[in-house]
Design a protein around this ligand. Sequence first.
Ligand SMILES: [Zn+2]
Length: 88
Amino acid sequence: MTFLLLAILLYFLPSIVGHNKQNAAGIFVLNLLLGWTLIGWVAAMVWACSSDPRAPVLVVAGPGHYCTNCGTLSVAGAHYCTSCGRPV
Ligand SMILES: [Zn+2]
């Protein structure tokens, strides 16, 4: 009984992780329909863990600045991101 409960919990883990996401319904449908395939489950889990596209980008003021492309903190005065090479 406990094992069955754990198995159900594990199966719906992507839905649980992504329940407060903007696309929680999509994650749940993918999880429900394709969760039994390992690829579908992993895809739902990745989707659940990915950040919401409309989430506000956190910009921290201080010496140096965060790259808007990859989020890496660049040193003050740098003109290009040290990680992705994008102009900052
Ligand atoms: Zn970058």
